[in-house]
Design a protein around this ligand. Structure first.
Ligand code: ACO
Length: 316
């Protein structure tokens, strides 16, 4: 049931925050250790620098606290914590550690859908609110530098660390989520994978080829359920994997790049964090006003895909 039910309790994002590690690794830094060049990385990916460092818990606590502060919500008023991550600090219990350090007193769990994880978690959180939760903290965090082979020039320039968080609050009526889609195609799982404790393996060209298609399929479903077309979108917040994928997606949607949120130049691919970080930067830059339609759309290992159409500010 991918469209939101009319009359169900809806939700709006009332606060957001991001956390980026302090350490900046530029393409020039990578030139010193890999057979690569700034020119190759920028042309093929759009990445100029990325942030490396921190743990999934420490970054999540920073972004989560910032989101709570902006929302003006004290920790005791949060009813659930959902942490999207593909790089938990431990086999289990990463979300509860974040819960403890933020001073929350509620259920807390990880959700892993690779780079689609934040949108999966956001939809999940809307479900909790439809079932009675009043406020849910949703965090997307990844520390991909810990599972990157820094001697592999095919993957090392791409991946990095970051966290983004939102506070979701219940409202009467439909709320902000007009349509959503969660998708997966396990037959493509060998294109992008990592064993537990291992490093990222990727068939880059094939991932690239499929990424645009599965993102577009998902986006079209969400927009159809929301009853809008791409012309109605004020902002597209795509997963930040490669600037050429973002450009191709915009082209397929018939939307100019001005309407896309792009952070990849300074963040690289931060998986579960990429969409909330790009959304938060767009919000902080004043790019969103009440009533705007926003499309969040991601794809990732699995292969998974997910999208959501939000009308900013919610609606009755
Ligand atoms: N520096 C210099 N040369 C390089 C580098 C590098 N860092 N990496 C590869 N090359 C070389 C290759 O060896 C190859 O050389 P050859 O022609 O002599 O064989 C050449 O550059 C072209 O390599 P390709 O892999 O064909 O390059 P491509 O244009 O496909 O770009 C890239 C590679 C950037 C990985 C691209 O395929 C891509 O972005 N794919 C999508 C990846 C993606 O989105 N992954 C994230 C998924 S999200 C998640 O769940 C984690």
């Amino acid at each position: 049931m991918p469209a939101t039910r009319q009359g169900a309790t809806g939700a709006v994002i009332s606060g957001w925050g991001i956390a980026l590690p302090d350490k900046v690794v530029t393409n020039q830094d990578l030139e010193a250790t890999l057979d690569t060049s700034d020119e190759w990385i920028v042309t093929r990916t759009g990445i100029r620098e990325r942030r490396i460092g921190g743990s999934t818990v420490s970054l999540s606590v920073s972004s989560g606290q910032a989101a709570l502060d902006l929302a003006g919500v004290t920790p005791d008023r949060i009813d659930a914590l959902v942490v999207a991550t593909t790089t938990p600090d431990r086999q289990w219990g990463t979300a509860p550690m974040i819960q403890d350090q933020l001073g929350l007193r509620c259920g807390a769990y990880e959700l892993n859908a690779a780079c689609s994880g934040f949108v999966y978690a956001l939809v999940n959180a809307h479900g909790l609110i439809a079932m009675g939760a009043e406020r849910v903290l949703v965090i997307g965090t990844d520390t991909l530098s810990r599972i990157t082979d820094w001697d592999d020039r095919a993957t090392a320039p791409l991946f990095a660390d970051a966290s983004g968080a939102v506070v979701l609050e219940s409202v009467d009526g439909r709320g902000q989520l007009l349509g959503w889609d969660l998708d997966a195609d396990g037959s493509a799982s060998e294109l992008l994978w990592a064993t537990v404790g291992g490093t990222i393996n990727m068939e880059g060209k094939e991932v690239f080829r499929r990424a645009v298609r599965i993102m577009m399929d998902s986006a079209e479903k969400s927009m159809r359920h929301a009853g809008i077309t791409a012309d109605d979108l004020s902002l597209i917040v795509p997963h930040q994997a490669n600037i050429r994928i973002i450009q191709a997606a915009c082209e397929r949607l018939g939307v100019d790049m001005e309407r896309a949120a792009v952070t990849i130049d300074h963040t690289g691919n931060t998986s579960s964090a990429s969409i909330p970080v790009a959304l938060a930067e767009a919000l902080d830059d004043g790019r969103v006003k009440t009533g705007d339609h926003i499309l969040l759309v991601g794809f990732g290992g699995g292969m998974t895909a997910a999208s959501a159409v939000l009308r900013w500010g919610g609606t009755s």
